[in-house]
Design a binder for this molecule. Sequence first.
Ligand code: HEC
Length: 177
Amino acid sequence: MSADGDRKNALFIRCGIWGFAGVALAAVFLPTGLKAHSGAHGVVMDRMEIMISHDEARAAIENMLFGDADYDAQRIQAYAKAIADQSGDALTKLFPEDSLHQPSLALPAIWQDWEAFKALAQELKRNAETLEEAAARYPAKSSQDTQPQVTGDITVEQAFEALGDTCNSCHLKFRQR
Ligand code: HEC
């Protein structure tokens, strides 16, 4: 948990410094009519914050499925819903064309292959919803092994893996590092 806290602090410091530099530069160089771009500092910060909370949700679920934390289907549903709510259009709208300024880790490929990027953001939403539904079907961890599986139904673990694959595919193509 403290590692997450440290990441969040580092992000706020990064955004704070660049946000301040951006505002100062805008004040010096831009005529007042040209302020439209200063809001872009907001979108980079906003989407990084969303990504960090996606990461916290992923880590918490992983810990319930494979780590020390107790399995809690309702918590998994809540985390999955939070991811679903902040993906699809809610996510892509935070990527206006060429919003690549510091401290963004986004790659220009996003706007060169916008359809693929959008499709992955939609896939994230669908997979998070599928995970939410799976957790609703399996109130206890053991029920994943004992309940007869209806054809087409996937377990919480399978849904979680599919979700993680979507995070990774998007980062591989559209994020630095
Ligand atoms: C549609 C593409 C896409 C999907 C899906 C996606 N990400 Fe990201 N992620 C990005 C991009 C692009 C960035 C860089 C954003 C920026 O810095 O402007 C990023 C950044 C991040 C960061 C770094 C934040 C920071 O500033 O330190 C983390 C952590 C992260 N994502 C976690 C996740 C997790 C976990 C998931 C899945 C639950 C996920 N992402 C799904 C595109 C995606």
